[in-house]
Design a protein around this ligand. Structure first.
Ligand code: ADP
Length: 486
């Protein structure tokens, strides 16, 4: 199949119908800066129809979703997971062209997307409430019930993976969904939605409204007909959608990014640590919420680590995703210009580039490439250590002891992920407890995405947990039923 054959038509999925909108938006291929496809530009009225369809499917007369047992929902999720696997190459091709990421990473993302549906397929009928010993003449139970219509606003960096993370868990728990994917990259999501319809999902259970954040996104977050909102994106937009949802007291799960540290002690397996440090920042060109964008190195191994790091970074090459380079382009000109401005400011402040990669020979002109680089000589309070740069830029600091490592690791307002590299077992756990972060990896980083592992942040990284069983529970609410039998 060619890329052109895989492109979805510019339509939104509303109540089981593929709907054209009066206006469309052009989607750019980040590796070339040229138009790749067009998508529907949904506005408030389309969002209204999608929310109404999701409500109807949830408990209206036409909807039979409520009649589906948890087991049947799980069976559907399993069927869908297999359909994703059967279509993996076309989906990966779209993801690669649309986001610019290297083809092997796009393939990994589709595998992870399918894996979410496998995982929640198995989990759907294993979610249950509890009984509570209360008083002798009472029987008390908790019922875990779906919220109803779940709104999901997702970003452009991992369209297919985040589709899996949000949609699989919400549907497994018995909700219906209105999804607003990002305007910069959503082609894989549209193709996934086509597959879901082909797999027999009842109309209205999943609705996809493409369009601008300021139009379709804002209308969805503010909609009185939603009962839950999941948002993954920037802190500023996270604040905006939370404020909009608060008007109707809608609970919100926020995943807002990070400034995650990798902490390397001199007793660590330095080769493994360096592999993970490089991977953790160049993956998806650093446009990953959980990117390991800060490296904290113990004095005793500082010079060795930096020398080896410099060698590795100098060997990195940037190119179009389909050539499967070390690093692809950034998503658009705005992100690239913003990053370049921040790097210029850092250099003007005396921060040094220790080493950097290069553009591969023959890399397409017009691509939004920023070569991966390592920054050193950074004052503790400088913005490059505190702000999420969302690019392949690693900021290095050194520390002399455990206390300083913890202080530096916790010095940002974010707290999404952390990596600790040491062979000392007691120190591993001391640090895991003291570092403020939703996830801590010891002698690893990221665990290849880890669908089973609860994920989410503290502080500016957001709140609520996705992935794993915790993610499934977060798409339900407890009803307490207290029966006084006398
Ligand atoms: P970025 O600036 O990198 O695109 P955002 O956090 O703004 O990151 O985007 C994440 C998602 O939020 C996208 O789907 C985007 O369309 C959506 N979005 C942007 N602005 C708003 C808004 N005001 N209300 C709701 N959704 C929005």
């Amino acid at each position: 199949m060619t890329l052109n054959d895989a492109l979805p038509p510019p339509r939104a999925l509303i109540g089981g119908d593929w709907v054209a909108t009066p206006q469309t938006l052009s989607v750019e291929a980040p590796a070339r800066g040229e138009s790749l496809a067009t998508i529907a530009r949904c506005e408030a009225e389309h969002v209204d129809c999608a929310v109404a369809a999701a409500r109807q499917a949830f408990d209206g007369e036409l909807g039979d979703w409520q009649a589906w047992t948890a087991r049947r929902r799980g069976e559907w999720l399993e069927t869908f997971a297999r359909a994703i696997e059967a279509d993996a190459e076309a989906l990966a091709m779209l993801e690669c062209a649309d986001t610019g990421k290297p083809m092997r990473q796009a393939r990994g993302d589709i595998t992870a997307c399918a894996r979410y549906f496998h995982f929640y397929a198995g989990a759907a009928d294993k979610l249950h409430g509890e009984t509570i010993p209360f008083a002798a003449d009472y029987a008390v139970m908790t019922l875990r019930e779906p919220f109803g219509v779940c709104a999901q606003i997702t970003p452009w960096n991992y369209p297919a993976q985040i589709f899996g993370r949000c949609v699989a868990a919400a549907l497994a728990a018995g909700n219906t969904v209105v999804l607003k994917p990002a305007e910069d990259a959503c082609l894989s999501v549209l193709r996934l939605a086509h597959l879901a319809v082909d797999c027999g999902l009842p109309p209205g259970v999943l609705n996809v409204v493409t369009g601008l954040g300021s139009e379709a996104g804002a209308a969805l977050a503010a909609h009185p007909g939603i009962q839950h909102l999941s948002f993954t994106g920037s802190p500023a937009t996270g604040t905006r959608v939370t404020q909009a949802a608060a008007v109707h007291h809608v609970p919100v799960t926020l995943e807002l990014g990070g400034k995650s540290p990798q902490v390397v002690f001199a007793d660590a397996d330095l080769d493994s640590a360096l592999d993970a440090v490089v991977r953790g920042i160049i993956q998806n060109a650093g446009q990953t919420c959980s990117a390991g964008s800060r490296l904290l190195v113990e004095d005793a191994c500082h010079d060795t680590v930096l020398a080896r790091l410099a060698e590795r970074f100098a060997a990195l090459r940037c190119d179009a995703g389909e050539r499967d380079p070390d690093c692809g382009p950034l998503i658009n000109a705005r992100q690239r210009e913003q990053l370049e401005r921040r790097l210029d400011a850092a250099h003007a402040d005396g921060i040094r580039t220790l080493a950097q990669g290069q553009l591969a020979e023959g890399a397409p002109a017009g691509g939004h490439f920023v070569v991966p680089r390592v920054l050193v000589d950074i004052p503790d309070d400088h913005a490059v250590l505190h702000e999420e740069l969302f690019g392949p830029v690693l900021a290095v600091q050194r520390f002399s002891d455990e206390a300083e490592a913890v202080r530096l690791a916790n010095a940002t307002e974010y707290g999404l992920c952390a990596g600790i590299w040491t062979r000392d077992g007691a120190r591993q756990l001391r640090l895991a407890k003291r570092i403020r972060s939703g996830q801590v990896f010891i002698n690893d980083y990221g665990a290849a995405g880890g669908v089973e592992l609860p994920f989410g942040g503290v502080g500016r990284s957001g709140h609520g947990r996705e992935k794993g069983f915790e993610g499934l529970r977060s798409f339900t609410q407890i009803k307490t039923v207290a029966l006084r039998h006398g």
